[in-house]
Design a protein around this ligand. Structure first.
Ligand SMILES: [Zn+2]
Length: 135
């Protein structure tokens, strides 16, 4: 099993219990840097609504830009983390256009703050991820 990381996301009006699950790619220098799942529940033991995305990092100036794709490629979003701070983050999904925040930008900013999204050079220096649990 690949190693996953969990971070809490802020509650919103629909889902008081929210978290992001991040599974870094085993070849972290490839096009996909990991898989993001946003898990949302209406109560602590409620049924989970899970949104799963492959995450690619794109070259960008002034921040970091990520391509976030649902399996099958039907939903693709571009999420921008601003070097100027979270209040300048953006995403092109409908949620962000309506509310000025969304699960994609919240989850990716949260993962970045928790140290789970090293820059490309740091990933190259670290080498391929070891599958500790399977060793
Ligand atoms: Zn979004």
């Amino acid at each position: 099993m690949p190693v996953s990381f969990f971070i809490a996301l802020k509650p919103n009006q629909t889902f008081p219990v929210r978290q992001a699950v991040w599974t870094p790619a085993t070849m972290p220098t490839g096009p996909t840097i990991g898989v993001l799942s946003v898990v949302e529940r209406r109560s602590e033991k409620g049924i989970a609504t899970i949104s799963r995305y492959a995450v690619l990092e794109l070259e960008f100036v002034g921040g970091r830009r990520f391509k976030v794709t649902k399996p099958g490629g039907k939903e693709v979003y571009y999420t921008f983390l601003s070097a100027s701070g979270p209040e300048y983050d953006e995403c092109d999904c409908d949620g962000f256009q309506a509310h000025n925040r969304c699960k994609h930008s919240e989850a990716i900013r949260g993962l970045q703050l928790a140290g789970h999204l090293p820059m490309l050079l740091e990933r190259i220096m670290a080498g391929p991820k070891q599958n500790i649990e399977g060793a």
